[in-house]
Write a protein that binds this ligand. Sequence first.
Ligand SMILES: NC(=O)c1ccc[n+]([C@@H]2O[C@H](COP(=O)([O-])OP(=O)(O)OC[C@H]3O[C@@H](n4cnc5c(N)ncnc54)[C@H](O)[C@@H]3O)[C@@H](O)[C@H]2O)c1
Length: 379
Amino acid sequence: MRMTKPLNIGLIGYGFMGRTHSNAYKRVNDFFDTGYRPVLRAVCGRDMEKATAFAAQWQYESVETDWQKLIARDDIDAIDICTPNNTHAKIAIAAAEAGKMVLCEKPLSMNVEEGERMVAAVENAKVPNTVWYNYRRVPAVTLAKQLVDEGRLGRIFHYRAQFLQDWTIDADLPQGGAALWRLDADAAGSGVTGDLLAHCIDTAIWLNGSVRDVTAMTETFVKERMHNLTGKVEKVGIDDACAFLCHFENGSLGLFESTRYARGHKALYTFEINGEHGSLRWDLHDLHRLEYFDHREESIIRGWHDVHVTDGDMPYMDKWWVPGLQIGYEHTFVHHVADFLTDLTAGRATSPTFAEALQTQKVCQAILASAESASWMSV
Ligand SMILES: NC(=O)c1ccc[n+]([C@@H]2O[C@H](COP(=O)([O-])OP(=O)(O)OC[C@H]3O[C@@H](n4cnc5c(N)ncnc54)[C@H](O)[C@@H]3O)[C@@H](O)[C@H]2O)c1
């Protein structure tokens, strides 16, 4: 192991993502040899008691209850934004202006205009930045990228993705506030489009290139819900379900669907790519496997290969256990941190940068505009 420099982390938000990122910072140097070592300098949350309990559990050195104070601290190098979507822009812009590196949860922003200001802020300040589209760093998905880039599928005809959940079917579920901010358009920006399809779109752009235009439909099945912050029954402003068609710049056709009303599905993110020579498919519920079909194989053995992505020559896997033993969801965040630290050492940007994540935001915005106007929208 080489000598490492400390990278002082200030984490904002101690919910679901606060935990996955903290775990990643703690684990990364145990498995990856990078030039930097994250130091859990401070966690920030509005509730002092809860933030203090989180700091004790994850061994953060200090606690802040105001993110502006955290950003002003000289002993913080990088701000990690793990708060709801409506806070990303103001925190990221202030952090960049203070000269801090910024790691921001997805989606980048509430809309394209905010995202553009965020990109301008990190680019003007020349601070390293990245957005946590973590599914790129599932080894099987990274392997899919390698196979596509090697040209094994040939010309791509179709890209198909779904992200299905079932947790908002109950009409009595309130919207807004802790844990339920995703149902509140003011906090989330959109529903499944920004929350779930954004993941599918990021992966799709990475694997298959830019999206040219889209046509979409959205639906809000439960039109009114009690709002936790106001105590009143209020109109629901998010999309509960969204399906869209698109053209990619490479001429292939895209078909995407996401809903929180698919009974029986918790986080069924799947994609399939069909090319001239072969196809690939992946399923988050079985994330360590990549299915691959190559038409050029001899016909008597031709068929779908179920590749168990655990061998040492597969992406990231030489850093973990031995062939045959799989890793899981939390490792995608460890990989993202490892890549960020390695890129920092090499003076390179870590993909997706804010500028790259803005492309996903543009597709999301075009989808919502298309559903609204019932017409094709260019991106
Ligand atoms: N990469 C992924 O797969 C993935 C998965 C889940 C969530 N996310 C994203 O991560 C972000 C957070 O989601 P989550 O699931 O962790 O939410 P969460 O509700 O579990 O946690 C949000 C945290 O932010 C805190 N918070 C809210 N407003 C704040 C403020 N003004 N100042 C300080 N703290 C504040 C809350 O108290 C809480 O600790 C969202 O942008 C979400 O889209 C990404």
